[in-house]
Each structure stands twice: as structure tokens, then as C-alpha cells.
Ligand binder design. Structure first.
Ligand code: C5P
Length: 194
């Protein structure tokens, strides 16, 4: 069967964990599209050239998971030429035989508007900052919260492909959920639609 599962939402809402779990359940590939923007942001120089020439080894850098890469990613992600340069790679991935799971900010709205399942995973900024702070072990909680808020505002406020739920997305708020319960609810939504 050929299908695409689009999982969007703000930073540290649980998208990555949910995406990996459901991709494994279904035995299909998963693309963390944030990694593309992180790699472009960390490459330095002209971000449009970096996006056009992105190579597989750029995605393997050790420093892509940290807060500096997140900040650099959201800065280059406002550039429509950067976004345009990354569209085909993401759509090709979504067309993989057997199906695919993609997570990001604009998968259900722009990259794969016809995805069979669209989930919008969210949580309060405080909860997401606490998760990200514990996960990265970087800086103070207050500094991480500030960064989450700045990144949310930048991602939701940009003109091109702003972060928002697609009209046909199912919204999953994980603020009060354990990881296990969040994954279980996502599985239920997917099973009901595939
Ligand atoms: O998901 P992650 O936190 O790795 O994304 C880093 C940044 O990359 C986001 O804050 C956002 O600005 C950008 N991004 C995007 N579109 C995507 C994935 C990520 O604009 N599909």
C-alpha cells in the first residue's frame, strides 16, 4: 500500500518520538524534515546554495541536535528559496514504495497536502521547554523556554509555509500525556484512517 503520514507541530511536542514509533509499527521509512533545515543552518555561507547542494553527509553532523542548530534552522527556514530547494527531496521521500512518515512544520499543509493521515502534535510551551531542556542538557530552563517561544513565533509568523494545522489534521495535545499515551493516541488515529 502507498500512503503518507504527515506529522507536524512545534518543537518538542513529541513529533519525533511518535513518528519513529509509527514508522516502525508500519515498517516504513521516516524522514525528520527538521534535520534538513538544521543542516542548512549549520552549513554557513549562503543558505540558498547550502539547501540546493545539500548532501547526505551534511545530515550526519554530530551538532545538528542541539539548540544552536535549532535556532540556525528556524532562521534559514523563513527564506522561501531555501524552502523551495528542499521540496522535491521531501516529496520524493514521501513517494517511497510502501509508504512513509514525514515530520516537520508544513508536511500536511505544503509538502504532502494529500497525505492519507495528518496529525498536528502540540503541547504547552512550558511543557515543551522542560522536555527539550532535559533532553539537551543545555543552558537553563528559562533560556530554553525563551528560545522555544521565539522559535514558535518565527515558525508561526513567517509568510511562506507558516506552522499551522492543516484543515484536515487531527490535533493531538500531549501536554498532559506520557510518551506512551501520546504514541498510543497517535496509533489509534492512524489505524482509524489507513
Ligand atoms: O523539527 P526541528 O525542531 O528539528 O526543526 C528546526 C526548525 O526547522 C524549526 O523551528 C523550523 O523553523 C524549521 N522547519 C521548517 N519546516 C519543517 C521542519 C523544520 O520550517 N518541515
Amino acid at each position: 500500500m502507498q500512503f503518507t503520514i504527515a506529522i507536524d507541530g512545534p518543537a518538542a511536542a513529541g513529533k519525533g518520538t511518535i513518528s519513529r514509533a509509527v514508522a516502525q509499527d508500519l515498517g516504513v521509512a521516516h524522514l525528520d524534515t527538521g534535520l534538513l533545515y538544521r543542516a542548512v543552518g549549520m552549513k554557513g555561507g549562503d543558505p540558498v546554495a547550502a539547501a540546493r547542494n545539500l548532501a547526505p553527509q551534511d545530515l550526519e553532523r554530530e551538532d545538528l541536535r542541539g539548540l544552536q542548530a535549532a535556532e540556525a534552522a528556524s532562521r534559514v527556514a523563513v527564506n522561501p528559496e531555501v524552502r523551495a530547494a528542499l521540496v522535491e527531496f521531501q516529496r520524493d521521500f514521501a513517494r517511497r514504495a510502501g509508504g512513509a512518515v514525514l515530520d516537520g512544520r508544513d508536511i500536511g499543509t505544503v509538502i504532502c497536502p494529500k497525505a492519507e493521515v495528518k496529525l498536528f502534535v502540540t503541547a504547552s510551551a512550558e511543557t515543551r521547554a522542560m522536555r527539550r531542556w532535559k533532553e539537551t542538557g543545555e543552558g537553563s530552563y528559562d533560556a530554553v523556554l525563551e528560545q522555544v517561544r521565539i522559535r514558535d513565533a518565527r515558525d508561526m509568523g513567517r509568510a511562506d509555509a507558516p506552522l499551522r494545522p492543516a484543515d484536515d489534521a487531527v490535533v493531538l495535545d500531549t501536554t498532559e500525556l506520557s510518551i506512551e499515551d501520546a504514541v498510543a493516541q497517535a496509533r489509534a488515529v492512524i489505524q482509524a484512517r489507513l
